[in-house]
Design a protein around this ligand. Structure first.
Ligand code: NAP
Length: 338
């Protein structure tokens, strides 16, 4: 296969961004079919790449000229499309979340394991970000000794009025939940959310900021500040304290300005720009792997783990208590894709 023929289910914001990058930026793939419940969005997407519009997800997945499937639809619709792709034996890249319930994620895990073939990659793009990759390389080398503590912050300048307290976990912290256990090669055993004083810039349905604590099987404690009305920008911080020293994620690089008695550096304002390179690397890697008949990156089990951990955190938001994370044993099938 020289060129991977991709079918896209869901052509809203990120669906069209991925179509744009596959068509105009990346190599080795072309989009041949698209679908969306919103016909205007599907038509806009088809115009970007010259694909045809199909009536629904099943028609895209089962089309003869679709080798691999990209699922970018509304979260609750993800599971059905991913299961269709597994049934068709086609590689499927599913934007996060894999599914909106842990039960649906588990159905996907069970279907993939039963099929005996790795097909699913979940769109947690931070694993492709240069800063996290540099940190992981240092941690894996062992030169800093064992990780002991992880401090993180996920800050947005502001959020939409419809954003509420559970979304701090389900929409925002999910990225840290996925990337951190991968970064430190460990698994979560308990989750807690501490909610204190809220900013005056929030509203009655959103407690902001929130402080998350995750503990791991290996005894590492992780804290994550989620602050989505921080006002000043999109700011992602990660610091790992190890036995021999501290590793800090590099800041995005911008020129330092000297002006009017001050030295200043721009702070990124939007996640699209902060992780633009990571999205490109992630989708290119998916294309390259699919052409070789392989699947890499975050697995369906990782998607399930994120769902179980998120459920525990949302439960803790209501009680403040520490909630155990009971995901069960990772199937042997996934041990080759750690
Ligand atoms: P979006 O712009 O709202 O696009 C979603 C598409 O699904 C829209 O065309 C929407 O149509 C359609 N849709 C709405 N209701 C539906 C339904 N009941 N059944 C099927 N489709 C429906 O959202 P997005 O920002 O592209 O996000 C899509 C997915 O990508 C989400 O799961 C999101 O979490 C994920 N995402 C991931 C990242 C990341 O960092 N990895 C970033 C952004 C988004 P309407 O326009 O008519 O509503």
């Amino acid at each position: 296969m020289n060129v991977l023929k991709v079918g896209v289910v869901g052509t809203g914001a990120i669906g069209r961004e991925h179509i744009e990058r596959i068509t105009n930026k990346l190599i080795g793939a072309k989009v041949t079919a698209v679908t969306d419940i919103n016909e205007a969005n599907a038509a806009k997407a088809a115009a970007i790449c010259g694909a045809r519009v199909e009536k629904d997800s099943a028609a895209v997945v089962n089309a003869a000229d679709v080798d691999a499937v990209l699922v970018c639809s509304w979260g609750p619709a993800h599971a059905a499309s991913v299961l269709q792709a597994i049934a068709a034996g086609k590689p499927v890249f599913c934007e996060k979340p894999l599914a909106t319930t842990a039960d649906d994620c588990k159905k996907i895990v069970d279907a993939e394991v039963a099929g005996g073939k790795h097909l699913v990659q979940v769109g947690f793009m931070r694993r492709y970000d240069k800063g996290y990759l540099q940190m992981k390389k240092i941690i894996d080398s062992g030169e800093m000794g064992a990780p002991l503590l992880v401090h993180c912050a996920h800050r947005n300048a502001s959020v939409d009025k419809s954003y509420d307290t559970p979304m701090a976990v389900n929409d925002t912290a999910v990225h840290e939940i996925d990337v951190l256990h991968w970064l430190i090669n460990d698994e979560y055993v308990s989750a807690q959310v501490i909610i204190g004083k809220s900013t005056k810039h929030t509203h009655s349905k959103l407690k902001d900021p929130q402080f998350i604590i995750l503990r791991t099987k290996g005894g590492i404690t992780i804290d994550i500040e989620i602050f989505v009305n921080c006002k000043f920008g999109y700011d992602i911080q990660c610091e790992v304290c190890c036995e021999e020293g501290v590793i800090r994620m590099p800041e995005p690089s911008f020129p330092t300005l000297r002006k009017d008695k001050y030295r200043s550096v721009y702070i990124e304002q939007d996640w699209r720009w902060r992780f633009a390179d990571a999205y490109d690397v992630e989708v290119q890697d998916w294309i390259n792997s699919a052409i070789k008949g392989e699947v890499k990156g975050p697995t369906a089990w990782d998607g399930y783990m994120v769902a179980v951990t998120s459920d525990a955190l949302v439960q803790s938001q209501q009680t403040g208590q520490t909630v155990p994370i009971a995901a069960g044993e990772r199937p042997e099938f996934y041990n080759t894709r750690l």
